[in-house]
Design a protein around this ligand. Structure first.
Ligand SMILES: *[C@@H]1O[C@H](CO)[C@@H](O)[C@H](O)[C@H]1NC(C)=O
Ligand SMILES: [Cu+2]
Length: 230
């Protein structure tokens, strides 16, 4: 009885959480859950602002490790999808991002301590940021990034992130972060910029992190560095 009531309480909350753990390449699903995604100990639970801003966990989430994940080979120009576990949908308002970092050697052994570049972002499509449906990623089952053709070839740590803003006014933005390992071939001779380190991309009081969507929401300012266009 007690446990049933507890489940009923928890179900709507946990259903709203999500994990980006399925690789999609040009519309085709590649491997299963976590085939090329580093597992982390948060699973579908979010990490919160106060845990991440100055922590190495901001790279690939808590408990994500080097060594145990396979790497998939794709081509520059491919459209990469990061699909949610269990055919779920993004049902928190907020922005989405992809950041990449070229590994100095094998990406499987790379901890993400080098330079990163933001290669994709999505924010408000139309309407007020206070309305959940205004966010481009609302009720999508994945974030998608087309690899810039001029991105240099190499093994990359690919970090996908969605930030749920519904509790951000209480200092509790919800971070959903997963890292993929991609071997990108047929790349170009672009010079990705600006280069940033993680942690270091966000501050707790950035207007896009400590955002209040509930009362007279201000125009949303996307946090982090500019996107490299390629
Ligand atoms: C990356 O792709 C190159 C070119 O196809 C290949 O030679 C290399 O073995 C691949 N590396 C990994 C880790 O898959
Ligand atoms: Cu949630």
């Amino acid at each position: 009885m007690k446990s049933i009531r507890l489940l009923a309480l928890l179900a709507p909350l946990t259903q709203a959480h999500y994990i980006f753990n399925r690789l999609i390449v040009n519309g085709a699903s590649i491997g299963g859950e976590y085939a090329y995604t580093r597992k982390n100990s948060n699973s579908y639970m979010p990490a919160f602002t106060n845990e991440l801003m100055t922590s190495n966990d901001l790279r690939c989430n808590k408990g994500a490790k080097t060594g145990g994940t396979a790497t998939y080979t794709v081509k520059a120009g491919d459209k990469i999808g990061f699909k949610l576990f269990n055919n779920e949908f993004i049902e928190h308002p907020g922005p989405g991002f992809v950041y990449v970092s070229k590994a100095p050697g094998k990406v499987a052994d790379y901890d993400g301590s080098g330079d990163w570049v933001k290669v994709y972002e999505t924010g408000v499509c139309s309407g007020s940021p206070g309305n959940d449906g205004s966010w481009c990623s609302w009720q999508k089952d994945r974030l998608e990034w087309t690899i810039q053709k001029s991105l240099p070839s190499g093994e990359y740590l690919v970090r996908v992130e969605h930030i749920g803003l519904h509790q951000a006014h209480e200092g509790k933005a919800q971070f959903y972060i997963e890292c993929y390992q991609l071997n990108i071939t047929d790349g170009g001779d672009g010079v990705p910029a600006p280069l940033v380190k993680i942690p270091g991309i966000y501050k707790a009081n950035d207007p896009g992190i400590a955002y209040n969507k509930w009362s007279n929401p201000k125009p949303y300012i996307i946090p982090g560095p500019a996107v490299w266009k390629g």
